[in-house]
Design a protein around this ligand. Structure first.
Ligand code: SAM
Length: 356
């Protein structure tokens, strides 16, 4: 078993005023995975951009990962402060009410890994409860952008005695591979924000199952999921908040295409954000609508024509009713040990386990 200590050893002490970057331990796990590493990710995203835009009229797509560069992560954090984006408020309600129960399920000496941690406002509720129970736990925030990891973990610096903090710079897949080496300590995975909704229902089942194959029976996977219970109008406003932050967040992803190719590939002014709540599928679908005909010019490729009025899809946010959640756990081969919900049962946090 590898010790957790070096991973979180504070780098402070050598110099009188170390910078935030020197005091926050960020582990680069980008090369541990066989599949979607961040290193391979940028290449992969470029390939996916070309492939997605090569689809026929109105079937074009862009990868959702374009949303999460440094600016995108900051804008997403702003979204979570919009009352229209009800998901964060509901999740905070659950975490505030049940943080002690959640902490009870996290044993002394555990490794707590949060997937796609983003800003750590909600996570802090759980970490505070663990600290109050005086349990030595090592928390790893995994995300795609190193400078954001340093910033968000930096906000928690000095807050805990018992809870060790570190960042993991990499993808979900990297995290799954990295986790294998710690098979002798209890491992708890936390996946908040209903991020599972960004995957198709099939992908989500396979993804969670992949973690289940790495985890042992004493380990747990805690996952937050939004439900279908909200009025369609409420969901529509959540993904198109009145302050326009979500629109900026979306359009930043288009600008990120130009950054990734280091060229003026796409004229962002030719597009607007156009979300659509698909009630039958139970998911928000995020599109860019082309406002005037334009060409996307990827270096060394034929220009791609996008017509006025054409839609380019870039993200899903699936909602799960009770049956859909049960189907999800079944497809992940997992057992739902515990479910915490809001009073209205319109947002859920489920603790999963796997038997051998
Ligand atoms: C919807 S946001 C949720 C952020 C935060 N957990 C919350 O609840 O507010 C999704 C987060 O997952 C991260 N993310 C998305 N896809 C990822 C991937 N493949 N690997 C690692 N992180 C990913 C994003 O960078 C972002 O921080």
């Amino acid at each position: 078993m590898l010790s957790l200590a070096p991973a979180v050893s504070a780098l402070v002490g050598e110099r009188p005023n170390p910078s935030l970057e020197e005091t926050i331990s960020i582990i680069d796990i980008r090369s541990t995975s066989q599949s979607t590493t961040v290193a391979a990710l940028e290449d992969g995203i470029r390939t996916d951009i070309l492939a997605g835009l090569s689809h026929p009229y109105n079937e074009k797509m862009l990868p959702g990962l374009l949303l999460y560069n440094e600016e995108g992560l900051r804008l997403f954090e702003q979204i979570t402060y919009q009352s229209d984006y009800y998901l964060t408020g509901l999740e905070i309600d659950i975490l505030s009410k049940y943080a002690q129960q959640i902490a009870n399920s996290i044993p002394e000496g555990a490794l707590l890994l949060e997937l796609g941690a983003g800003a750590l406002r909600k996570t802090a509720l759980v970490l505070d409860a663990i600290e109050a129970q005086k349990k030595r736990v090592t928390y790893f925030a995994l995300d795609l952008d190193k400078s954001e990891l340093i910033r968000t973990l930096g906000e928690l610096r000095g807050r805990y005695t018992y809870v060790g903090l570190a960042g993991l710079w990499g993808t979900y897949d990297d995290g799954c591979v990295w986790l294998k080496q710690f098979n002798e300590c209890p491992r708890i995975i936390l996946w908040l924000g209903s991020s599972v909704g960004n995957m198709t229902r099939n992908e989500a089942g396979q993804f969670i199952r992949g973690f289940g194959e790495v985890l042992s029976p004493r380990d747990r996977f805690i996952i937050a999921i939004d439900t279908r219970s909200h009025k369609p109008e409420v969901i529509r406003t959540a993904y198109n908040d009145r302050a326009g932050v979500t629109r900026r967040f979306a359009l930043n992803a288009l600008g990120n295409v130009n950054d990734l190719f280091n060229a003026e590939v796409i004229d962002v002014s030719c597009f607007d954000y156009a979300p659509y709540y698909n009630e039958i599928q139970g998911r928000n679908e995020a599109y860019f609508r082309c406002l005037k005909q334009t060409q996307v010019c990827i270096p060394s490729e034929e220009p791609i024509l996008v017509h006025e009025g054409e839609y380019v899809r870039f993200a899903y946010s699936h909602k799960y009713d009770r049956i859909e959640r049960q189907l999800l756990w079944a497809s992940a081969n997992a057992r739902a040990e515990r479910e915490w919900t809001t009073e209205e049962e319109d947002y859920t946090l489920t603790m999963l386990s796997w038997t051998l």
